[in-house]
Design a protein around this ligand. Structure first.
Ligand SMILES: C[S@@+](CC[C@H](N)C(=O)[O-])C[C@H]1O[C@@H](n2cnc3c(N)ncnc32)[C@H](O)[C@@H]1O
Length: 203
């Protein structure tokens, strides 16, 4: 089986490239490479997800499966005074995300390497934002959803994007099972952006 973007240690020959985009009004210049997701251009699902984000000031945000860092870098600009943790299992993605934070002069974010929620064990966020690794298989996507509530503060939100023909409706059902509800907050180009909020516990 060929290597894909979810490999922890990509061995494909390096092919550095640069992606320049304006998304949600934010100009981003991002270094990319072979062996990471969407090397040649920002993924349309990622773009829709960033456009849908509704972040407040001073919030704690997790970009889970950050790739070269587009979502986390955008989130760091959208939450004034906030802090973003970007994580990925792919070490080439982690290195690029760190470089891109530096190059885009982002100081309110950090990148951690590791599997799913392991790098943020014990932490709880206002938002978890993820363009999930569909190619890593259903079990990985299921864990992203089912383990999210344990890493959200009361009222915190999980934001996911998926293509309708790659199972967005099934992911929405899993989110509804985990949270009690899941809304489609944006759709376009065959993608749906989904959002669930963790209910605040009654006192
Ligand atoms: C669809 S890509 C999205 C990348 C980036 N967020 C974007 O929107 O361009 C999914 C990402 O999840 C990462 N990933 C796959 N399996 C993972 C795991 N078990 N733990 C953490 N990240 C994982 C992949 O390496 C990849 O970067």
């Amino acid at each position: 089986m060929g290597e894909h973007y979810s490999s922890a240690r990509p061995t494909s020959r390096r092919r550095p490239a640069e992606v320049s985009v304006v998304v949600h009004g934010l100009p981003l210049t991002l270094q990319t490479d072979a062996g990471v997701f969407s090397r040649g251009s920002l993924d349309r699902g990622t773009e829709l997800l960033i456009e849908a984000l509704d972040l407040g000031p001073c919030e704690l945000i997790l970009d889970l499966g950050c790739g070269y860092g587009a979502i986390g870098i955008a989130a760091s600009r959208l939450s004034d005074g906030g802090h973003v943790v970007l994580t990925d299992v792919n070490e080439r993605a982690v290195r690029l995300a760190r470089e891109n934070l530096r190059a885009n002069r982002v100081t309110n974010a950090e990148v951690r390497a590791g599997d799913l929620y392991e790098p943020v064990a014990g932490m709880a966020f206002d938002h978890i934002v993820c363009n999930p690794p569909i190619r890593a298989g259903r079990a990985v996507v299921d864990r992203i959803v089912s383990e999210a509530p344990a890493h959200l503060l009361d009222g915190g939100r999980l934001w996911l994007v998926a293509r309708t023909r790659q199972g967005a409706d099934a992911i929405r059902t899993r989110m509804a099972n985990a949270f009690g509800h899941a809304e489609i907050v944006r759709r376009g180009s065959g993608y749906k952006v989904l959002c669930s909020a963790k209910e605040a516990r009654s006192p």
